[in-house]
Write a new protein. Sequence first.
Length: 157
Amino acid sequence: MRSLTISDEPIGSSGALSVFYAAIDELNRRYGDGADQAHMGLAELAAPLGVFLVARVEGHPVGGVGLRPISAPEARLGEIKRLWVRPDLRRSGVAAALMVDVEERARLLGYVRLYLETGPAQPEALSFYPKIGWERVDEFPAGAFTHHVASRFTRLL
């Protein structure tokens, strides 16, 4: 792939918002409008404890991923949100590169464990996460929202 770069971009920037809303659009198409927007605000993906990474090819946004704190702050637990890659670049390594980078950012922010969830209408995600070392878990930590039909994953940092 030509010139893939990944950088932390403020969630309010045009690049981050374009990727974030592309992910929301895809979730809405797969699950119905408003599928997941009520349980997360954009501010949760902002510093000092949140981050949003944007992948670009030749300067154009092609993917992204967010990280937010969950549960009690002293637990140092994070949740991966809105991993998304432009459809024509899926299976090209962009998602894996984003996940490596967001995990490293989480370590630098002091997180000790990460969680994520995905649903039955995302079979590619259900097979992707175990391939990159994420383990299935039955529940999220106390106080963290989770969808009742979701498959949950965790990773110790």
